[in-house]
Design a protein around this ligand. Structure first.
Ligand SMILES: [Zn+2]
Length: 88
């Protein structure tokens, strides 16, 4: 009469943690994995810098590494982003 124990399901992640930030945008190759730990659990937010440069803000859920990736694949650090944001 032993019943098979149910396996616990992996906890499901909420689809939209904060509401309407996420947009169905294609994920570019250069923003698929964390550059620091190669994790694919990333939060991505498309944004435009002050000088008009469209970038994707990428935040790693594994190691909390953050980077900004330009459309051409260039990675910007926080200093570079601030420099561009303050250009105008
Ligand atoms: Zn990482």
């Amino acid at each position: 009469m032993a019943e098979p124990q149910r396996r616990r399901r992996a906890p499901k992640k909420p689809d939209e943690p904060l509401g309407s930030l996420s947009q169905p945008a294609p994920v570019p190759d250069h923003a698929r994995a964390c550059v620091a730990c190669a994790s694919r659990e990333l939060t991505r937010v498309s944004m435009t810098l002050g000088d008009g440069t469209p970038v994707m803000f990428v935040s790693c859920q594994g190691c909390e590494h953050r980077t900004w990736v330009a459309e051409d694949g260039e990675h910007l650090d926080a200093a570079g982003v601030l420099r561009r944001a303050g250009k105008q």
